[in-house]
Ligand binder design. Structure first.
Ligand code: LMR
Ligand code: MG
Length: 394
């Protein structure tokens, strides 16, 4: 089952919350008639440069053409050398490897007419609880809109949110206090996420105030990027479990051996796909640590991959973050992944269990605006340029 061709399709899709994100859909053809689809998800984060797509496609074809699509281990081993770990949250290398890893899993599972979780060894669960994100507020004027969004998502069955905090403590406190008054007993908070914005002392002081206002399951990214010692300091003072995104397998080991985290945030987009993610879950198991599956906000294809990972994960003891299909207003699949009462359901069809609509994909590619916004707060916080605080930023 030798690989014949790799194709890359750029698409851009807006979110209900007002920004648009770029993604690359990957198509791999092998043997006589085998096809697999993958996704490089959400490329619109810092650092602000974009792929040279024709060049990347040329490179991937040189590397993969003629290779046996069944030997995912060997292909991954080579790709890790050509696209090494970059050690930051939105690693382009990780996304390239994810795109190929997902497409190969899809292709191999389809070749057996089986769901991807079978290629991963089977399933332990058929759904994963997930939370809806409330993006970071930079002014108190953003509070009422976010409370209304909680109400709206609750009506659609989402009884779990996470809240990005740390840019404006007054807005955070107002939101969390009013959230408790309005939604206590109806909606839970999975995490308060500092996104590595504050040093651990500031995060610890903020948490002391937040604790009085609301209940929540865990704290995410409470010290600056790469500050493992600071994360450990924060954890020693935290009453709740602490989680951090794992950037690569050695980073996972560093976080665990330094006693910096209770939970590894494992994300295929960052680690480079399903195989790499399973290794991190095994690492957490070895340390008797917990696991949650994070997100960059994937489309349906990338979210389906997360669902198959969740199905096969030996350790998975916190809710995940994969709600991309709840945020994006468009997608390249015929039918999106399904959610039920704040749970992402593991698709049961062949491969990833979602089907690419090739006509739609061609249309979306032709219309993809392959550009960045230049509103840095919006890029970082995932909020639109017309947010109330933007006036004050200028
Ligand atoms: C998103 O795109 O919404 C997320 O990747 C945001 C983040 O940085 O967690
Ligand atoms: Mg993202």
């Amino acid at each position: 089952m030798n690989i014949r061709r790799v194709q890359l399709f750029p698409i851009a899709t807006p979110r209900q919350t007002g920004i648009a994100n770029q993604h690359v859909i990957v198509k791999i053809e092998a043997g006589e008639s085998h096809v697999g689809w993958g996704e490089m998800s959400d490329l619109s984060h810092v650092p602000m440069y974009q792929f040279d797509l024709p060049e990347l496609a040329r490179m991937l074809n040189e590397l993969l053409r003629g290779r046996d699509a069944r030997n995912m281990a060997k292909i991954e081993d080579d790709l890790i050398k050509f696209f090494p770990d970059e050690g930051h949250m939105y690693s382009r290398s990780g996304l390239v490897r994810q795109g190929i890893d997902l497409a190969l899993h899809d292709l191999n599972a389809r070749a057996h007419n089986a769901p991807v979780y079978e290629v991963l060894g089977g399933k332990l669960r058929d759904r994963m609880r997930v939370c809806y994100p409330i993006f970071r507020m930079r002014s108190v004027e953003e509070v009422p809109g976010n409370l209304a969004r909680v109400e709206e998502k609750l009506a659609q069955g989402f009884d779990l949110i996470r809240v990005y905090v740390g840019a404006n403590l007054e807005a955070d406190e107002l939101f969390l206090g009013q959230f408790t008054d309005r939604f206590k007993g109806r909606v839970e908070i999975k995490s308060l996420d500092f996104s590595n914005l504050l040093d651990w002392r500031r995060s610890a002081l903020a948490i002391e105030r937040f604790e009085e206002l609301c209940d929540y399951m865990l704290v995410e990214s409470a010290a600056p990027r790469n500050d493992i010692e600071g994360t450990a300091q924060f954890r020693r003072r935290s009453r709740k479990p602490v989680s951090e995104h794992v950037l690569h397998i050695h980073h996972g080991w560093q976080l665990l051996s330094a006693g910096a985290v209770d939970i590894l945030n494992v994300s295929p987009y960052l680690l480079g796909g399903l195989r790499a993610s399973l290794r991190l879950i095994a690492l957490a198991e070895s340390a008797r640590a917990s696991v949650l599956i994070g997100t960059t906000q994937e489309l349906s294809l990338g979210t389906a991959a997360v669902a198959h990972l969740a199905a096969a994960a030996r350790v998975l003891d916190y809710p995940g973050d994969s709600t991309g299909p709840q945020l994006y207003t468009d997608d390249a699949v015929i039918a999106p992944v399904q959610y039920e009462k704040s749970h992402l359901l593991v698709p049961e069809g062949p491969g990833m269990g979602v089907e690419i609509d090739e006509q739609k994909l061609a249309h979306m590619t032709a219309n993809a605006e392959w550009t960045f916004g230049v509103d840095l707060a919006g890029v970082l916080d995932r909020t639109p340029q017309n947010r109330p605080s933007a006036q004050q930023d200028r």
